[in-house]
Design a protein. Structure first.
Length: 159
C-alpha cells in the first residue's frame, strides 16, 4: 500500500493544566507532524488526537477513546506517539493499548524509539513503562507530602 493510501494519525497528551499552558502539547504535536511529513504521509485534522489535562494513569480520555474506536473500526493503519508514557503512564496500560492497536492492524510508531524490532526494543519499552509508573508514584507522594506539611503548618486549602 502506498503512503498516500495509508491512514495515519497522531496522539498527544499532557496531564496537567501547567503542562498544557507551558506549550508542551505544541512541542509534541510539532514533532509528530514533522515525522508524519518526513514519512511522506498526509494528516487531516480529524486524525490528530489530543488529550490536554488528562492523566496517563487512566484509559478514560476523550481523544484516546475516539482513537481506539477508529482503530477498532479499521479506519487506521499507523499511529504516531511521541513516547510510550504519552500513551499511558502505567506499563500495563501501555501493553494493553499497543496490543489492542496492533491486533486492529495499526502500526504504532514512537518517536523516541523503535517498537518490536528486537528483544532489546521490547525490554526498553518495558523499562520505560515501569519508570513512567514509578515517576508518577513519586509525583503523587511528593504532592501528598506537601499537602500534609501545609496542613500541619496550619495552611487551609478549601479545595
Amino acid at each position: 500500500m502506498s503512503s498516500s493510501q495509508l491512514q495515519v494519525a497522531i496522539y498527544a497528551r499532557v496531564s496537567s493544566e501547567q503542562q498544557a499552558t507551558a506549550n508542551t502539547i505544541e512541542s509534541q504535536l510539532a514533532a509528530l507532524q514533522q515525522r508524519v511529513k518526513e514519512d511522506k504521509f498526509s494528516l487531516g485534522t480529524e486524525f490528530q488526537f489530543v488529550d490536554e489535562g488528562y492523566s496517563g494513569a487512566t484509559l478514560v480520555r476523550p481523544a484516546l477513546e475516539r482513537l481506539r474506536d477508529l482503530a477498532a473500526d479499521g479506519g487506521l493503519d499507523r499511529l504516531y506517539v511521541h513516547s510510550p508514557d504519552r500513551l499511558a503512564r502505567k506499563y500495563a496500560y501501555q501493553v494493553l493499548l499497543v496490543d489492542e492497536l496492533q491486533r486492529a492492524g495499526v502500526e504504532v510508531i514512537f518517536l523516541n524509539r523503535e517498537l518490536g524490532r528486537s528483544p532489546e526494543d521490547d525490554l526498553l519499552l518495558q523499562v520505560q513503562g515501569m519508570m513512567a509508573e514509578y515517576e508518577r508514584a513519586k509525583i503523587l507522594e511528593r504532592s501528598r507530602r506537601g499537602k500534609r506539611h501545609a496542613a500541619d503548618s496550619g495552611s487551609v486549602n478549601a479545595l
